[in-house]
Design a protein around this ligand. Structure first.
Ligand code: GN1
Ligand code: MG
Length: 367
């Protein structure tokens, strides 16, 4: 547990005016540690988003922060050109007093500070189809805004992040090693993944053949990575930019469906509550295509349903791998947490397979 004095000392390294009041933990996200840093400046309470970057996951914070700085500056310019409010519509880094974009403390921990978007909220599920339509539009628009970003300037912050075939191989290596000794309790899930091995190569294969274009994508389009304006209910800002890098539009589409076109949270253990919802799939698809559809190729549009299934399978395999490895990657709250998440994702995969024809019809009708 860090003391408030320790937080004060960390934030003191950033160009923030006013007096430090306190840091409050924000519990979202499985990777980084996030805090609301409260300051008082001229009698006004000011908020900043302080994050401790997980350097076990993001091994090169220098490159990570270069990416984020380039992307957020680019977005800021675009937002201003459209008459938008760059303070609320994009994150941007508050620099350190030495001009760097992040601070490394004495224990080697890496910290950064973003603007805090006030009067905004995020959701872990999307029961309201209209809200999910807006989410689709927002992620589609994010992709569209970055369409002319010079992709060659971006580092790959986590290599092979959405290489589903690689994720499958990693799972099988973990199964072999069985570091936690937990393998025997998840044989059914291992078999589920094994039965879908050939499909894990489809998207990566189409990059290699040039059938699918590599674009600047977000790569972590979990639905709670959109901030909605509390007053208007409109999406205002896309957050969690650590994995913005070269990728497929299908990764962003698929991961949003994985996390949003479902009737339950990602770690709902009661599978009778977990269903893929085709009506939500339809809404997101319509919203995403309304914003980004014009720039997508025929091949991309055709693969939308499959990408939803593959991104869900991939995420389930990653949870399963981490369960077998002994919970070394994702934050967990209890010993079976990763297995519960895996079962939840695999239930969605099975549902999508059962309703795949309907998904294809919806995608075809939405463009
Ligand atoms: C992680 O940080 P967060 O919770 O938004 C993960 C995503 C997974 C997601 C599953 C860098 O995202 O890839 O889809 O958990 N991010 C990283 O909930 O691994
Ligand atoms: Mg993330």
């Amino acid at each position: 547990m860090m003391t408030q004095e320790a937080f004060r000392q960390i934030t003191d390294n950033f160009m923030i005016s006013g007096e430090f009041m306190e840091c409050r933990p924000i519990k979202d996200g499985h990777i980084n540690n996030t805090f609301n840093a409260v300051f008082r400046n001229n009698g006004r309470e000011m908020h900043y988003l302080l994050q401790q970057v997980n350097t076990a996951v993001f091994k090169n914070p220098e490159q990570l922060m270069i990416n984020i700085d380039l992307v957020t500056s680019f977005l800021r310019d675009k937002i201003m050109a459209c008459g938008g409010d760059p303070e609320r519509e994009t994150l941007y880094c508050k620099p350190c007093r030495d001009g760097k974009k992040y601070y490394t403390d004495e224990d080697g921990r890496v910290w950064r500070v973003y603007n805090f978007v006030n009067d905004a909220e995020s959701f872990n599920t999307m029961e309201d189809p209209q809200l999910f339509y807006k989410a689709g539009y927002a992620f589609g628009d994010f992709q569209k805004k970055l369409a002319d970003f010079p992709i060659e300037n971006l580092y790959e912050t986590i290599p092979d992040f959405h290489n589903t075939a690689r994720r499958y191989r990693n799972l099988m290596q973990s199964v072999q090693k069985n570091a936690s000794g937990r393998r025997s309790v998840c044989e059914k899930e291992i078999e589920f993944a094994r039965a879908r091995r050939d499909e894990t190569y489809i998207l990566i294969g189409k990059i290699e053949t040039g059938e699918l274009p590599v674009r600047v994508t977000h790569n972590d389009t979990k639905i709670n990575n959109i901030l909605f304006d509390k007053k208007t209910g409109e999406p205002i800002c896309i957050v969690d930019l650590d994995t913005v890098m070269p990728g497929l539009s299908l990764y962003d589409f698929g991961d949003a469906i994985r996390s949003g076109a479902t009737t339950a949270e990602e770690d709902e253990a009661d599978l009778s509550k977990v269903h893929f919802d085709p009506a939500l799939f339809r809404k997101y698809t319509e919203g995403f295509l309304a914003a980004a559809g014009g720039s997508l190729t025929k091949a991309e549009i055709e693969l939308l349903p499959l990408s939803a299934k593959l991104m869900t399978l991939e995420c389930g395999m990653r949870f399963l791998t981490d369960f077998i490895d002994g919970d070394v990657y994702f934050k967990t709250q209890y010993p079976e947490h990763n297995l519960v998440r895996c079962r939840n994702q695999f239930k969605l995969v099975a549902d999508m397979e059962a309703q795949f024809d309907e998904m294809k019809q919806i995608a075809a009708a939405s463009c």
